[in-house]
Write a protein that binds this ligand. Structure first.
Ligand SMILES: [Zn+2]
Length: 152
């Protein structure tokens, strides 16, 4: 038998008694509750470490996913940009091609109206409206419009 101090009244009591003989403080309940508390505390602490690890892992996964989505968007944006650049390139080339064709046609209309040459491409510009027929290729000089400016 040993003497201990009562945690409530601080007086010395036997460690065998269930309650403090001075104030009635219940020792057995404390000793019964304390281990439970320790277990509970340990039980809480261990999962909390696992939870922290889980939170770190989840955070890393979320960051990786966000970075992946951002990177994927950036690649798509680059693809869109390159696609639009190619479209623009094709439009410029086709525009230049059309301009070239128009320039050639203008030159031919000008030339054929002055020299009164019949030509399947320029007849509809160089021949007077009341004479012109899409089926006819060759025309007389008098069928041509009077001035190349009219043909142009
Ligand atoms: Zn006591």
């Amino acid at each position: 038998m040993a003497l201990i101090n009562c945690p409530e009244c601080q007086k010395e009591v036997s460690d065998k008694v269930e309650n403090c003989i001075h104030c009635g403080y219940p020792f057995q309940k404390i000793s019964a509750i304390n281990p439970q508390n320790n277990i509970e505390n340990n039980g809480i602490k261990k999962p909390s470490k696992e939870k922290k690890i889980a939170i770190v892992i989840i955070t890393i996964i979320v960051v990786v996913i966000i970075v992946g989505i951002f990177y994927d968007n950036q690649l798509q944006n680059e693809d869109n940009y390159i696609g639009k650049l190619r479209e623009t390139h094709i439009k410029i080339l086709s525009g230049a091609s059309i301009a070239e064709d128009l320039t050639h046609l203008t030159r031919k209309v000008w030339n054929n109206s002055i020299f009164k040459n019949s030509n399947i491409d320029t007849n509809k510009f160089t021949i007077r409206e009341n004479v012109y027929s899409s089926n006819r290729i060759n025309y007389r000089d008098s069928d041509f419009v009077s001035d190349f400016n009219v043909a142009l």
